[in-house]
Design a binder for this molecule. Structure first.
Ligand code: MSP
Length: 521
C-alpha cells in the first residue's frame, strides 16, 4: 500500500450511443486538471474514466445501426479513448462496463445487497425514459401541447410493466439525511447539495433495479430472466476499477473511498442519492465527494443532436489548439455554473489572456535575457522591495491554488494565476529593464532574474491546465523535467544563474480570423 497521500478521481462513464461532444470533453477535462494538480503536488493519483455500455439506450442505438451490441460498443467506445488522447487526459485506467472484471463486481454488489435483505422481487409499472435511463412518477412529468408526456430533461417516456427486483431505497431516507449532515461537503456546489437534501427529505420510493424486457445488461445472479438496471451496473464501475469485490486488495484499500466523483448536474441524483445508498446497503463506504458541474450551450442555444449544433472537441482543438481550448473551458465559466461557448469569447480569451498577458510576458523577458544576458540566466544582486513583492506573490501562489483546488474552484485558480501575471506585467513596465542596460546592468540582471523566477512559478502552476504550453515555457527557462513538480516551487527549485537558455519561441500565437473572401465582381 502507498504511504503517500492518495487521490482517486472519476469521470462519469459515457454512454456509447453517441459521438463525444464538448459536454463529455468538459467533465473529463476538469478531472484531468484536478488529477494533474494532485500528481504535481505529490499525491498518488488514480484517475478513472470509461464507457457505459449496457442498457436499453445503447441496445437501441446498436440495433439502429444493424450491428451486434458488443461490436457497436467496441466501435463507439474507441471514440472516447481517442478523445482522451486528443485532449491529453492523463487517466490511469479506462473501464468498459462490458468487461469481465465489471460483470464480476456488479454481480458481487448485487449479491451483497441481496444478502443484506435490501432487494425484493415485485413488478414495476410506471414511466421510463430510455434517453435518461430513468424511472419517473407521474408528478415528475410535464405534458406538452401535443399531449405527450416528457421528463423535465425533455426526454420522452414510455409506460413499462414488467417483473422487477426493487431496492429498498425508501428505508434509506433518514440514513442518507444523516450522512449528508455528517459530511457537509459531500455534495458541491452548495446549491446542489440543498436540492438533493430537499429531494430526499420529500421521501424516497423503492427503486426498480432490474429489467426483463430486453437482454443487454449484466444478468441478475440466480435469476437470469433479469438484467441489472443500467445505473446500478454503471455506478459500480467506480469500485470495479479498484478491485471490488476483493476489498482486501491493495488497490481497493489504497484508493477507496474515492475522493471525488465529478458529474454533470443532470446525473447528480444517481450519484448523490442512489449510489451512497447502494454502497452503504452493500456494506461499502460511500465516496467522499460528488461535484456537479453545469452545462454548456452553443452560441446561446441548448446543445442537441436534433438542433445539429453539437460541438466536436476534435475540431475545436484543430481550430484553436489544445491548450487554448483547455484554458477557455476552465476559465470562461465559474466551475459549477452553466456556460456558453462562442467563437468570439474563445478568441477574446486566446488573444487576451494567453497571447497578450501570458505569452507576451514570457516572450519579452526571454528576449531581453537572450539579447542582454548572453542567453544565460542572469546573476541577481540584492533584491529591492518591488522584487520582493513580485517573488513573494509567486511563492504564495501554491497555497492559494491548493485551497481552491480542494473545493474544485477551477476558474478561481486561473483568475488567481492571471492576477499574478498581471502584477508581473506591471512590474516589467515599471522597472523597464531594457532602459537599465547601460545605466545599471546589475539592476537589470536582478529584475530579469526576478521575472524569470516568477514565470517559472506561473509555468509550473499552469501545467495542469495547459500541459503542452507550460512545458514549452519551462523548456525555455531551462527547467529540467524532474524540477517541474510543486515541490520545486519557491527557493527549492530556483533557477541557477549561468544556465544557458535556448532562443525564445512564442508559445501562444494570436488567433487571426481567416481573411474575408473579396466580394465577387
Ligand atoms: N452514462 C451516464 C453516466 C454514468 S456514470 C456512472 C451518462 N453518460 S452521458 O454520456 O450521457 O453523459 C456524461 C456526462 O456528460 C455527464 O456528466 C453530463 O453532464 C455531461 N454532459 C453532457 N452534455 C453536456 C453539456 N452540454 N455540457 C456539459 N456537460 C454535459 O450520463
Amino acid at each position: 500500500m502507498s504511504t503517500r497521500k492518495t487521490y482517486y478521481i472519476t469521470t462519469p462513464i459515457y454512454y456509447v450511443n453517441d459521438v463525444p461532444h464538448i459536454g463529455h470533453a468538459y467533465t473529463s477535462l476538469a478531472c484531468d486538471v484536478l488529477a494533474r494538480f494532485r500528481r504535481l503536488d505529490g499525491y498518488d493519483v488514480h484517475f478513472l474514466t470509461g464507457t457505459d455500455e449496457h442498457g436499453q439506450k445503447v441496445a437501441k442505438s446498436a440495433a439502429a445501426t444493424g450491428m451486434e451490441p458488443q461490436a457497436f460498443c467496441d466501435k463507439v467506445s474507441r471514440n472516447f479513448r481517442d478523445l482522451s488522447a486528443t485532449m491529453m487526459y492523463s487517466n490511469d485506467d479506462f473501464i468498459r462496463t462490458t468487461e469481465e472484471r465489471h460483470a464480476r463486481a456488479s454481480q458481487a454488489i448485487w449479491n451483497a445487497l441481496s444478502r443484506n435483505g435490501e432487494l425484493y422481487l415485485g413488478s414495476y409499472s410506471g414511466w421510463y425514459s430510455v434517453r435518461d435511463e430513468a424511472f419517473y412518477v407521474e408528478s415528475e412529468l410535464v405534458v406538452g401541447p401535443d399531449g405527450t408526456r416528457r421528463a423535465a430533461s425533455g426526454a420522452e417516456v414510455e409506460w413499462v410493466e414488467e417483473p422487477s427486483y426493487f431496492f429498498r431505497l425508501s428505508a434509506w431516507r433518514d440514513r442518507l439525511l444523516d450522512f449528508y449532515a455528517r459530511h457537509p461537503d459531500f455534495i458541491l456546489p452548495e446549491s446542489r447539495r440543498n436540492e438533493v437534501i430537499s429531494f430526499v427529505r420529500g421521501g424516497l420510493l423503492d427503486l426498480s433495479v432490474s429489467r426483463t424486457s430486453f437482454r443487454w445488461g449484466v444478468p441478475v445472479p440466480g435469476d437470469e430472466a433479469h438484467v441489472m438496471y443500467v445505473w446500478l451496473d454503471a455506478l459500480t464501475n467506480y469500485i470495479t476499477a479498484v478491485g471490488y469485490p476483493d476489498a482486501a486488495s491493495p488497490q481497493f484499500r489504497t484508493y477507496w473511498p474515492a475522493d471525488l466523483h465529478m458529474v454533470g448536474k443532470d446525473i447528480l441524483r444517481f450519484h448523490a442519492v442512489y449510489w451512497p445508498a447502494f454502497l452503504m446497503a452493500a456494506g461499502v463506504d460511500p465516496p467522499k465527494r460528488v461535484f456537479a458541474h453545469g452545462w454548456w450551450t452553443n452560441e446561446g442555444q441548448k446543445i442537441s443532436k436534433s438542433l445539429g449544433n453539437i460541438i466536436d472537441p476534435v475540431s475545436l482543438v484543430a481550430t484553436y489548439g489544445l491548450d487554448p481550448v483547455r484554458y477557455f473551458l476552465m476559465r470562461e465559466v465559474p466551475f459549477g455554473n452553466d456556460g456558453d461557448f462562442s467563437h468570439r469569447a474563445m478568441v477574446l480569451r486566446l488573444n487576451g489572456d494567453l497571447a497578450n498577458d501570458y505569452g507576451n510576458l514570457v516572450q519579452r523577458v526571454l528576449s531581453l535575457v537572450q539579447r542582454h544576458c548572453e542567453a544565460r540566466v542572469p546573476e541577481p544582486a540584492t533584491r529591492a522591495r518591488a522584487d520582493e513583492a513580485l517573488l513573494g506573490d509567486a511563492h504564495g501562489l501554491l497555497a492559494a491554488c491548493r485551497d481552491m483546488i480542494d473545493v474544485q474552484s477551477l476558474h478561481a485558480v486561473l483568475i488567481r494565476l492571471w492576477a499574478a501575471i498581471g502584477q508581473a506585467n506591471r512590474y516589467i513596465d515599471e522597472q523597464a529593464p531594457w532602459a537599465l542596460r547601460t545605466s545599471d546592468p546589475a539592476r537589470m540582471r536582478t529584475v530579469l532574474y526576478a521575472l524569470l523566477e516568477a514565470i517559472r512559478h506561473y509555468a509550473i502552476l499552469t501545467q495542469p491546465f495547459m500541459p503542452v504550453s507550460s512545458g514549452r515555457i519551462l523548456d525555455q527557462l531551462g527547467v529540467a523535467d524532474a524540477a517541474r513538480s510543486f515541490a520545486m516551487l519557491g527557493p527549492a527549485g530556483a533557477l541557477v544563474p549561468g544556465t544557458a537558455l535556448p532562443p525564445p519561441r512564442a508559445v501562444f500565437p494570436r488567433f487571426v480570423e481567416a481573411a474575408a473572401q473579396p466580394a465577387a465582381g
